[in-house]
Write a new protein. Sequence first.
Length: 368
Amino acid sequence: MTKIPFRWDQVGSLLRPTVLKEAREQFKQGNISKEVLTRIEDEEIIKSIEKQKEIGLLAVTDGEFRRRWWHLDFIAGLKGITVYDFETTAFGITTEAQGTFVSGKLAFDPVHPFLSHFKFTNEHAAGVLAKQTIPGPNMIYLDSFILSKHYHENPSYEKKEAFIQDLITTYQDAIQAFYDAGCRYLQLDDTSWGGLFDERFRGMIQKNGYDPDELIQEFGDITEAVLAKKPADLAVTFHFCKGNFQSHWLYDGSYELIAERLLSITQFDGFFLEFDDERSGTFEPLKNLKNQRLVLGLITTKTPELESKELLLNRIKEASKYVPLEQLCLSPQCGFSSTHEGNKVSEADQWAKLKLVVETAKEVWPNG
C-alpha cells in the first residue's frame, strides 16, 4: 500500500485513437451497432494498455476510451440523476456540453456499466495494476445540487442533509462495488474544490445561498465520510486540476484557501495536484500535507512542447522544501483527454510526456 501512488504515475485519460473517434461518430449516425463499437473500444483499450506497460507505467487505465466525459458518464449511471444538453462558454470557447442535476433519490446502481469496464481493464492489465478513475462526490454536490438551476426549480429533497447522506452512501456503495470487482487502486477526480477559491465561482455559490468558506469544511467532511468504510487494502487517491477541456481551463486561484482542509484527509493514500504553470501558485500550500504521498503534476497535457528534464528536476527539488522527497511522486498535471475531443496534443506528444515522467522519476527515486 505504501507504493500507491507510484513514483511515476498518470492521471487517467488518454487521447482517443482516430479509429475510435470514427467509430463513435458512426455509432452516433446509426451506421454501426453498439456491439461493433464495443469491439473497437475493446481492441483500442488493449493496445493502449500494452503501450502504457511498454513505457514502464506501473498502473494502467483504459484511457477512459468508453467515456464521452471524464465525469458525466459515471454520474449519469447513478440512480436519481438526469442529464441534459446545453451550450457553454465557461472554458473560453463556445461548445456543446452536458450537465446533470439531482432529480430523485440518489443511489448507486449495482449494475453500473463502469464495473464491467473495470473488469475488462483488470483482465488485460496482466502483471501491472489496473487503476480506476471516477469523479468525486463533491462534483455532484456542487454541479448537480448547489449550482443547478434545474435542481432549484424542482428540488427532489426537502432537506440538504438528506441529500448529503444519500450522496455519502452512494459513494460508499460505489467504492465497495469496485473493490468487489477486483479494484485495488481507485482515484477520485474532483475539480469542484476549484470553485471554492476561484472568485467567479465563489460569487455564483454565494448567489445560490451557500458560503464557499463553509463548503471547504463540508466538502472535506463529505469526502472523509465517503472513505470511512473503504477496505483496508484498497488504495484511494485524489486528483485535482483547474479544468481541462480541449486545452482550456476553468478555475483560477491558489491552493492556499483549500490546502489545509483537503490535505488533512488522511484516508487518501495520495494527492495528484496540478503544478504545470503559474496559475498553480507556489508549492508552499503543500506544507499542510500529513503522511500521504503528493504527486506533482509538473508535465502539462494542454500543450505539445516537451518539458526539459532539468526543469522538472529543479521543480521537484523546489517542492521538496515543503514536502520530504520520500513523499513526492511525479505525473502529468491531468489526463490528456478529459472529453472525447482530447487536448491540443498528438498521440506522439502524449507518449513522449508519459515516457518523460517515467525517466525523470527513476532518476530522482532510483529505488522506486
